[in-house]
Design a protein around this ligand. Structure first.
Ligand SMILES: C[S@@+](CC[C@H](N)C(=O)[O-])C[C@H]1O[C@@H](n2cnc3c(N)ncnc32)[C@H](O)[C@@H]1O
Length: 250
């Protein structure tokens, strides 16, 4: 395969095509829909991330339409065939869905390691007078076989990074865009140079940008054309200043 392969389409169909080509990857690192619109209501989504006073929201019902009624089970079904015998899995999701995701994975012979989190160092203080502002996104780690785990010292599974900076959104906004530095830390621990990472819900392509920065091969799938185009621009070096900026900050 080429070092980077990006597919515009539904992940089930695209994952099945990869399986038919006997492609297997070293790690699946992904951030599928959270089903938050159904839980919180589209009219309140902006408050969840951006605070009650923020009017300029990328979290409209239309922009978050991919989130409504999303089912995790079908894509989790494809993991055993796509992941090599020694492979890592990282799944971002809402805490309420994590129990089900862990259960589905175990039923498919995958070992669930633990639940970790991205601690936002500057969370939006939405409703801070009425609730604790956790500013956390949960990250499930699961494995198949004998995995890569590159750490020099004990890692508590707490990834501390600020919200995604504006300079990483210059090719367009995605409502759930992750910071490149967060994805680089995860990918650096769970894979080696030259290994293949799959993100079947790549959104604006942050996993792909991090893979490129760290010399990993990348397969990305995204069904929304608007987000796919942002990912293509970010990953395919149309303008590499975003990556260069990140590197110079390390
Ligand atoms: C939570 S976002 C991922 C954001 C990404 N981590 C980033 O940094 O930009 C989930 C993405 O999955 C996409 N998606 C939802 N259902 C999909 C499907 N069945 N196949 C492929 N992509 C899908 C959505 O369009 C959305 O962009």
């Amino acid at each position: 395969m080429n070092k980077t392969e990006l597919y515009l389409g539904g992940c089930l169909e695209e994952m099945d095509k990869l399986i038919r080509q006997n492609i297997q990857v070293d790690a699946i690192i992904t951030d599928p829909p959270f089903n938050l619109v159904g839980k919180i209501g589209a009219d309140k989504m902006h408050m969840f991330r951006q605070g009650a006073k923020c009017k300029d929201s990328s979290m409209t019902e239309e922009k978050m339409s991919f989130d409504t009624g999303f089912s995790q089970e079908a894509w989790l079904d494809r993991i055993p065939k796509l992941l090599k015998k020694d492979g890592n899995i990282i799944i971002f999701n809402d805490w309420e869905n994590m129990g089900d995701i862990a259960k589905y994975l175990r039923a498919r012979g995958i070992k669930v390691k633990n639940l970790n989190h991205w601690q936002k160092t500057n969370p939006q203080p939405a409703e801070w007078r009425r609730r604790f502002v956790g500013g956390r996104e949960y990250i499930l780690h699961a494995v198949k076989g004998k995995i890569v785990f590159n750490v020099e010292k004990l890692h508590k599974g707490v990834f501390e990074y600020p919200l995604t900076p504006q300079r990483e959104k210059k090719h367009g906004k995605h409502p759930n865009q992750k910071p490149i530095s967060l994805m680089e830390e995860i990918i650096g621990i769970l894979s080696n140079k030259g290994q293949i990472i799959l993100d079947p819900f790549m959104g604006s392509g942050t996993t792909g940008v991090a893979c490129k920065n760290l010399d990993r091969e990348f397969i990305g799938i995204e069904m929304e054309e608007e987000y796919f185009k942002i990912a293509e621009k970010r990953i395919n070096n149309v303008d590499n200043s975003e990556q260069e900026q990140e590197k110079s900050m390390k």
